[in-house]
Design a protein. Structure first.
Length: 294
């Protein structure tokens, strides 16, 4: 019988080589040779530049180390018994995965191995009521705050959780968003102070902004940018927002709603108080951006 494991989500984190300890050669002559041999062996095997994690549908996460050439090698112990779900986020120390109601924290060892250490029921903090499902996980640029987007066919609120770096536990600190509904994750500017999102909740086009406060909570900014004029009979529906870390640009993917449902990217430059349309380009559509470490 053949068994098929479908990939649900991919997450990657870069490895800081500064974290690797140097070999201590200040030992007796008998230990110097052994330590030197280990050091030469370590040099012959290049350290990975990143770890790549892929979740599957049987509550496992498959882990790989990536070399400077892009070659992937399975991490010892992979696949790991941990839940990643359809969305994962990594901050360099922990990998966060989503279940239907819970967020799962897995500690990342120095060799990239995972061990699930905590879980947190996020749905019970849904301001619309204790129902719905986790739709997406994402982090701010510091990796100190984990955010979620809940799908509940109502207001689809955002949530914010403070990450305890000592044990991976989460503390609920905020929930909210737009009364007119949220459909995509927020994306943060390079200064980490502002975030943006796009929505087509019940076919109502919206592009809006948020301010990230010092404690990780979020305040909505009224930023009702006018959508570009569409041809008669058509309407533009924004799909995703992506903020450029240079702090100067916001990019929005939008969809033209008509018979052939063409997908285009509309680049919108951030100018104080306004938005300006620039050149459109064609790109594919997906439900949630990939997760990356900070």
């Amino acid at each position: 019988m053949s068994h098929f494991l479908f990939s649900a989500c991919v997450a990657a984190m870069f490895v800081s080589h500064a974290a690797f300890a140097q070999t201590d050669l200040t030992a007796s002559s008998g230990n110097i040779h052994e330590a030197t041999t280990e050091a030469v062996t370590a040099q012959a095997t290049p350290a990975p530049i990143a770890y790549v994690y892929v979740s599957n549908t049987v509550n496992q996460i498959v882990g790989y180390s990536a070399s400077s050439t892009g070659k992937l090698t399975a991490i010892p112990g992979s696949p790991f018994k941990a839940i990643g779900g359809a969305s994962m986020a990594v901050n360099g120390k922990y990998l966060f995965g989503e279940g239907n109601s819970n967020i799962y924290s897995s500690r990342i060892a120095s060799n990239g191995a995972l061990k699930q250490v905590a879980s947190f029921n996020a749905i019970k903090y849904n301001p619309d009521g204790q129902y719905g499902w986790l739709n997406c996980l994402f982090l701010d640029h510091t990796g100190a705050t984990l955010y979620t987007l809940i799908g509940d066919d109502d207001n689809n609120p955002y949530q914010a959780f403070k990450i305890n770096n000592s044990n991976g536990e989460l503390t609920f600190i905020w929930s909210g968003g737009l009364a007119r509904g949220n459909t995509t994750p927020m994306t943060f500017m390079g200064n980490n102070n502002f975030a943006y999102a796009a929505s087509q909740f019940y076919l109502n086009p919206d592009i809006f902004g948020f301010q990230r406060n010092s404690n990780g909570t979020i305040t909505e900014i009224r930023d009702d940018a006018a959508m570009p004029a569409a041809k008669p009979g058509d309407v533009y529906l924004p799909v995703f927002a992506i903020a450029d870390p240079t702090r100067r640009w916001r990019f929005f993917q939008k969809r033209v709603l008509h018979l052939d449902r063409r997908t285009v990217l509309n680049c919108l430059r951030r100018i104080p108080g306004t938005l300006r349309e620039t050149s459109p380009r064609t790109i594919p559509t997906r439900t949630c951006p990939e997760s990356r470490s900070v």
